[in-house]
Design a protein around this ligand. Structure first.
Ligand code: NAD
Ligand code: UDP
Ligand code: UDP
Length: 309
């Protein structure tokens, strides 16, 4: 198994599950937003191999399956070098699809709910084409992933490649970077430090948060699904929360007395987001099992432990 982006947050959990079930795993990662420490504990495992590689460059290895995750997911990281973000999604996907074509490997893309942009259909089903700004600050990520999906489906139509496309909604859990910039890691770090919780805008925008273990189970189920099932398929938790509700929950679970402050809302920040997961339930028999309070508790524990070490 090749896992691109395997030193990242979701990737490192996926790699653990693959090794647990007896697979041999090769991780290719350029450590742009991931960390070697996420997979450090696996380095002694003879079934595990790690290479520093940027997927925008060709990669010649022999593999049976490719989980193509490489791409920064946090707005702070993907907007830091937006041209590289587009290259990662577009050139990176071309290279991994070329690799899949040469080796005959099955290939799975972790696409995103961002393909729906700031949605005017709610909740979002897979057949909704989205409402995406092509020239804004989120476009490098959104349009990059949309083009990656196009490439996946064209390689299937043109070269008959076995593909799988998952559209992940906001995912959280242990091993998110404390400086990641995403809302859950920000709120937890601020609460634990006793610093003010930064809510962007009025805090009434919503997101749906999926715990990483549920997401990884979804990705594995999709990869092993019937060859005729390509997706795109939404993977996410259907619980929908405002950022104000999330802030209150984090304060409650951490026991923090941090104040709440409001900061300007970034450009093109989607107002509402919740997945319609009917397709995943029907085709994959998959649905999340972890409630937000439970997942947050486990994530808070992780951040507390990391701060101690
Ligand atoms: P992450 O930033 O922790 O992981 C991404 C990994 O890809 C990192 O290890 C990074 O170093 C690596 N990477 C980035 N550019 C690369 C390149 N050019 N070559 C090689 N490696 C590269 O993010 P994550 O949350 O683990 O996200 C994993 C995947 O899931 C991404 O494709 C992301 O778009 C997708 N996704 C995540 C979420 C979420 O909420 N976490 C939501 C939707 C989609
Ligand atoms: N590629 C790769 N590893 C491989 C095979 C191909 O990285 O094992 C890259 C190669 O650099 C190429 C891209 O994948 O540019 C697309 O390959 P494909 O065969 O589709 O296109 P072509 O080589 O005909 O341009
Ligand atoms: N957000 C916030 N405070 C923060 C970080 C993010 O209020 O410290 C908001 C952000 O504006 C967005 C939501 O939380 O409305 C989710 O942001 P995140 O960056 O986690 O993911 P995305 O916007 O890509 O869903």
């Amino acid at each position: 198994m090749l896992v691109t982006g395997g030193a990242g947050f979701i990737g490192s959990h996926l790699v653990e599950r693959l090794l647990d079930r007896g697979d041999e795993v090769l991780v290719a990662d350029n450590f742009y937003s991931g960390m070697r420490s996420n997979v450090h504990h696996l380095l002694r495992n003879p079934a595990f191999e790690l290479i520093r590689h940027d997927v925008t460059f060709p990669l010649y290895v022999e593999v049976d399956e490719i989980f193509h995750l490489a791409c920064p997911a946090s707005p702070v990281y993907y907007q830091r070098d937006p041209v590289q973000t587009t290259k990662t999604s577009v050139h990176g996907s071309i290279n991994m699809l070329g690799l899949a074509k040469r080796t005959g490997a099955k290939i799975l893309l972790t696409s995103t709910s961002e393909v729906y942009g700031d949605p005017d259909v709610h909740p979002q089903p897979e057949d909704y084409w989205g409402h995406v700004n092509p020239i804004g600050i989120r476009s490098c990520y959104d349009e990059g992933k949309r083009c990656a999906e196009t490439l996946f489906f064209d390689y299937r139509r043109q070269h008959d490649l076995p593909i799988k496309v998952a559209r992940l909604f906001n995912t959280y859990g242990p091993r998110m970077r404390p400086d990641d910039g995403r809302v859950i890691s920000n709120f937890i770090m601020l609460a634990l430090r006793g610093d003010p919780i930064t809510i962007y805008g009025d805090g009434r925008q919503t997101r749906s948060f999926c715990f990483v273990d549920d997401m990884v189970r979804g990705l594995l189920t999709l990869m092993d699904s019937d060859p005729s099932f390509t997706g795109p398929v939404n993977l996410g938790n259907t619980g929908e929360f405002t950022m104000l509700e999330l802030a209150e929950l984090v304060l409650d679970l951490t026991g923090s007395t941090s104040a709440i402050v409001h900061e300007p809302l970034p450009q093109d920040d989607p107002v509402r987001r919740r997945p319609d997961i009917s397709l995943a339930k029907e085709a994959l028999r998959w649905e999340p099992a972890t409630a937000l309070a439970e997942g947050l508790t486990r994530t808070i524990e992780h951040f507390r432990e990391s701060a101690d070490t």
